[in-house]
Design a binder for this molecule. Structure first.
Ligand code: SF4
Ligand code: SF4
Length: 398
């Protein structure tokens, strides 16, 4: 059985690649989003299609069309936009209304600027004014090259992102964390070196490497990918309409909503029934069962793993070997927690600190019984969150 190489830093061989805009996109939306378009509506590239109903400045960003097109369908998790039909004989072609570049981005500051960025598609949930800021420049997972590729090829965009953050949240000290031995830097950031061996690349451990403190309350962390998205909006003054996505040994600028199938076909990536696919990396990614799923702006990779390379996880019994405890960076007891979750004892997972789990996937990776250990913990977290929401709804109705 081949073991996954857990080092994430790589030698970047190619430049950041472009892919042509597809004819049809399936743009993901979240349950919080409220669609603001109707079926058969003609849209221009950049036009808003779903809003976050919040009136505040912090939250998930609005969603925009990444192509000129017509709304073909509105589903609970996606809006499908296809090609505008050719005009009938004697009729004029309908012009797709594209938004103008937003000049206000140059003059706004503080919370007003955060709100504008949210309206332009930036996720501002993790923005807090005047805290120290850490840019996580480590590739997020093994085989996902996106951070180092962007630092190599998108310095101007990243600089624009830092400059607009300077006006939006006025961060204190800004540090960039990169892999030991890498000659990578960002304009205006102090560079800190850290291990690139997964899970050292996940945000809480990167914060620890940069500050020496666990969960410090005056520090925010964002990835280079997130900074790139902010920088794209700052530079173009247009809404966010693309993602930087690692596929194989290359990283592509992908229009949001491009389907996984179109992306694999366009990039000439071989796949078939002998391959398993995931959105994002191999440790924390979500399995793709439908190649028609669209790429979200926060997607960092489409990972392909050959069928049979790793044994599938199954609800096998825990043999209490303790391997997951040794691998867990959060210093909790994944095996025990997974057993509680397996038998619906969700309160016990809470008292045993399931909330401290970083969702790194190491417990699943090392488990000799091939149990879906992290997935049990995710189930417990979801159940506890649903219970909390039900309680607060009852309180509101009292
Ligand atoms: S996913 Fe598993 S190994 Fe990672 S922090 Fe959570 S319990 Fe620990
Ligand atoms: S590694 Fe797997 S079998 Fe071993 S204690 Fe953890 S969950 Fe149980």
């Amino acid at each position: 059985m081949m073991k996954l190489r857990l080092n994430t830093s790589v030698e970047i061989k190619d430049t950041l690649q472009e892919v042509p805009a597809p004819l049809r996109v399936r743009i993901p939306i979240e349950s919080k989003h409220k669609p603001v378009v109707k079926k058969k509506q003609i849209l221009g590239r950049g036009q808003v299609i779903a809003e976050n109903p919040t009136k505040g400045a912090y939250g998930i960003g609005f969603v925009h069309s990444s192509i000129d097109g017509i709304v073909e369908d509105i589903q609970p998790d996606a809006i499908i936009i296809g090609p505008i039909p050719a005009p009938k004989e004697g009729e004029e072609a309908v012009a797709a209304p594209r938004p103008e570049p937003c000049s206000e981005l140059d003059s706004l500051g503080n919370e007003e600027l955060c709100r504008k960025l949210l309206e332009m598609g930036v996720d501002t949930s993790r923005f807090h004014a005047t805290r120290n800021l850490i840019i996580n420049g480590l590739n997020p997972e093994p085989g996902v090259l996106v951070s180092e590729q962007l630092m190599k090829d998108a310095q101007e965009v990243l600089k624009a992102g830092l400059q607009i953050l300077e006006r939006a949240i006025k961060p204190g000290v800004v540090k960039l964390v990169v892999a030991n031995g890498k000659q990578l830097s960002l304009h205006g950031c102090t560079t800190v070196y850290a291990s690139d061996v997964y899970p050292a690349t996940i945000d809480p451990l990167v914060v620890y490497a940069a500050t020496g403190a666990e969960r410090p309350d005056n520090v925010d962390v964002i990835s280079v990918s997130a900074l790139y998205r902010i920088g794209l909006v700052a530079m173009t003054k247009l809404p966010l309409m693309e993602a930087a996505v690692s596929v194989g040994e290359k990283v592509y600028r992908v229009p949001t909503g491009m389907t996984v199938q179109d992306l694999l076909d366009t990039t000439g990536t071989a796949y078939g029934t002998e391959w398993k696919l995931a959105l994002n990396g191999p440790m924390r990614g979500v399995a793709v069962s439908d190649l028609g799923v669209g790429i979200a702006p926060t997607c960092t990779a489409v990972t392909l793993v050959q069928e049979g390379l790793y044994p599938p996880v199954q609800p096998n019994p825990c043999i209490n070997c303790g391997e997951c405890v040794l691998a867990c960076p959060a210093r909790i007891h994944p095996g025990m927690l997974s057993r509680y979750a397996e038998f619906n004892m969700f309160e016990s997972t809470q008292s045993q600190h399931v909330g401290a789990c970083f969702e790194c996937g190491m417990c699943t990776f090392v488990c000799p019984a091939n149990r879906p250990v992290m997935q049990y913990l995710l189930l417990a977290k979801k159940q506890l969150a649903a219970q909390d929401e039900a309680v607060s709804t009852c309180r509101l109705q009292d």
